[in-house]
Design a protein around this ligand. Structure first.
Ligand SMILES: [Zn+2]
Length: 345
């Protein structure tokens, strides 16, 4: 009992003749038969590029040899294709075109993410190497000014207290960098205005390290840990993390300005970048690494940092002070970091 396949009267353009050849199409068991005057073709369905299913308009199917089947009445073609068992039901067609669009947009999103994750950090790293250090100074000074107008107030520590802390840190630095080569740094003792940033420390480009009175108080009985805090911030200075963040945030517009040394416009935008961005986890690991190395070089067990993490966590839980993302109190206190200092040898 034979099932006569549905036939469709359509037109074949073979590319050699200008006029279309009238043909009959039938699709059976995955093979399209094209029959007409002087034409007898059998084309497997998979070798055919089926027409995209638009709502209106002609359907054009492409044959492997470059010839086309053209059918002006789209609805008629669709009905025939469906009746012949062509797999592309309307929903499949919809899925196909949308599937393609979805895949295309996912690829685009992934490309953007990859550029951001690897391209921009790589580019900013490369950029950093051609930016002269005096740019760090200019940027850091501007940022320092802005922070002083905002969240900082003068320190209430006595000159003696300040110099005792400075001296201890200098001794650690001398031990850690016996042959010189330490980055330039400058310690600023400040209070946190209205408790804005609480017990904290942060580093700005150009080596400005800010230590709050609240942090000094928090670690009053743990001078070694306080030195560790400064050593961590020095790590950020040494790796130019702040500058890297600035470069990353202003890569396109600011790079030329930084290289050419015309930083006035860029510098105006810098405090906002430094006030709102956080160092990457990688940057924190680098700074932790430096802190551990410095402490060890000075004969202090890196495990003293565990006290800091415990106290800062308690502090954070007690009052919800607004955070400064680059500052120490905002850094994640995860088990990994604690284990790193505990196990550092
Ligand atoms: Zn840090």
């Amino acid at each position: 009992m034979s099932n006569t396949p549905a036939e469709l009267h359509s037109s074949l353009f073979n590319g050699r003749q200008a006029r279309p050849i009238p043909v009959r199409l039938s699709l059976e068991q995955g093979v399209l038969s094209i029959t007409g005057p002087g034409v007898q073709l059998q084309v497997p369905e998979q070798q055919l590029r089926w027409p995209e299913r638009q709502r209106h308009g002609a359907r054009i199917a492409y044959l492997p040899d470059g010839a086309t089947l053209q059918h002006a009445n789209g609805a008629e073609w669709d009905a025939w294709a469906q009746a012949s068992g062509h797999l592309e039901a309307p929903v499949v067609g919809w899925m196909q075109s949308w599937g393609k669009a979805l895949v295309a947009s996912m690829v685009l999103v992934l490309a953007c993410v990859a550029t951001w994750l690897w391209g921009v950090p790589l580019a900013s790293h490369a950029a950093l190497s051609v930016i002269p250090l005096r740019m760090d100074d200019a940027v850091g000074e501007q940022a320092m000014k802005s922070f002083e107008q905002g969240m900082l107030r003068p320190s209430k520590l006595s000159a003696a207290e300040q110099s005792a802390i400075s001296r201890q840190f200098e001794q650690v630095m001398a031990a850690a960098f016996p042959n010189g080569g330490a980055p330039h740094w400058q310690l600023h003792f400040r209070g946190s205005k209205h408790g804005a940033i609480g017990p904290n420390a942060f580093a700005l480009p150009g080596g400005h390290i800010v230590l709050t009175d609240e942090m000094v108080a928090l670690l009053k009985d743990k001078p070694d840990t306080l030195v560790g805090v400064l050593a961590h911030e020095l790590g950020h200075v040494r790796h130019r993390h702040g500058m890297q963040m600035v470069v990353q945030a202003s890569l396109l517009s600011g790079l030329t300005a930084l290289v050419l040394g015309d930083v006035s416009g860029l510098i105006a935008a810098v405090p906002a970048v430094l006030a709102q961005s956080a160092y990457s986890r990688q940057a924190e690991h680098q700074a932790d690494g430096d802190a551990a190395r410095l402490l060890k070089a000075a004969g202090i067990a890196p495990a003293v940092m565990v006290d800091l993490f415990e106290r800062i966590t308690t502090e954070r839980e007690r009052k919800r002070a607004p955070d400064l993302p680059i500052a120490l109190a905002s850094h994640p206190t995860d088990a990994d970091r604690i284990a790193f200092f505990k196990n550092y040898r």
